[in-house]
Design a protein around this ligand. Structure first.
Ligand code: 0WD
Length: 262
């Protein structure tokens, strides 16, 4: 059964084939959604165009979420070429590499502002730009991580930015709820991507999950994509303002199993 037949989704944050947004786009396409994509700049344009061609040939539009003019022109282009949205996927984050290791108290004012601007405020900016181009009952989702509510060494201000993002999800859910529009976060387990490799000691994080998590395995971008399909579908029409973990159950562990490390 196809869950997204007749629905249109905008996918942000594809950088390459390993991006979580790529896994989401693939699963949404499998379920019959029509897709449009944004890309950040020339560096990733070819990869995004290739993926879009493979997944139905929808529009590919430049959008730098740090730039209001870019958001407005994306909105106008999208309205002309694609029509109103039933789903919006926010899969965007940026933190300076030097802020993804060491101590949080050494974070610079500029590094902090940039991380929060691109990783958190960008969801507000996208919804501000697109709210009139969302159908009633649309579904908005943003990618988060456990580092928002718990200490993950080296994740540092990325975690602080995810805490803001999850709070923004709840407030947007309240703003848009009267239109039946739902806003949720998907908190993914660690997945090797261009962004995650910037986090100090990331490969060790990948080693821990299969030893500790109830499902004893890491998750994939396609696992995240399956949850995105559900959240975008009418099956989730009473689900909003929440954080949905796709992490093999890792977030529920109160302590590591006794055999860990042996
Ligand atoms: O373990 C992981 N990979 C997890 C990632 C676990 C839990 C959550 N996440 C989150 C990330 O924090 C992010 O919000 O998932 C989202 C997607 O991240 P990803 O798929 O891991 O990483 P990547 O493939 O690098 O995509 C993030 C993209 C950027 O990629 P690059 O590599 O080019 O920096 O975010 C986009 C960009 O395409 N991006 C922007 N898009 C528009 N405007 C901007 C910007 N200013 N900055 C970054």
């Amino acid at each position: 059964m196809k869950l997204l037949e007749g629905k249109r989704a905008l996918i942000t944050g594809v950088a390459n084939r390993w991006s979580i947004a790529t896994g989401i786009a693939r699963r949404m396409h499998d379920h019959g959604a029509q897709l449009a994509f944004t890309y950040q700049g020339e560096r990733v344009k070819d990869e995004v165009e290739k993926l879009a061609a493979e997944l139905g040939g929808g529009p590919v539009i430049e959008c730098d979420v740090a730039n209001d003019a870019s958001l407005t022109s994306m909105r106008d282009d999208l309205a002309a070429r694609f029509g109103k949205l039933d789903a919006l996927v926010h899969s965007i984050a940026f933190v300076n590499k030097e802020d993804l290791a060491g101590t949080v108290y050494d974070t610079s004012r500029h590094g902090f502002s940039m991380a929060l601007d691109i990783s958190s405020f960008s969801l507000i900016a996208l919804v501000h730009a697109l709210h009139e181009h969302l159908n009633d009952d649309a579904s908005i989702m943003a990618l988060s991580y456990l580092g928002s509510t718990a200490i993950v060494p080296n994740y540092n201000i990325a975690g602080i930015a995810k805490a803001a993002l999850e709070s923004i999800v709840r407030y947007l859910a309240y703003d848009l709820g009267p239109r039946g529009i739902r806003v949720n976060a998907i908190s993914a387990g660690p997945i090797k991507t261009a962004s995650s490799r910037q986090v100090g000691g990331f490969s060790k994080i990948l080693d821990v999950v299969p030893k500790v998590a109830p499902l004893k395995r890491n998750v994939t971008a396609e696992d995240v994509g399956n949850t995105a399909v559900y959240l975008a579908s009418d099956l989730a029409r009473a689900i909003t303002a929440d954080v949905h973990f796709v992490d093999s159950g890792y977030h529920s562990m109160g302590m590591y199993p006794p055999e860990f490390g042996s």
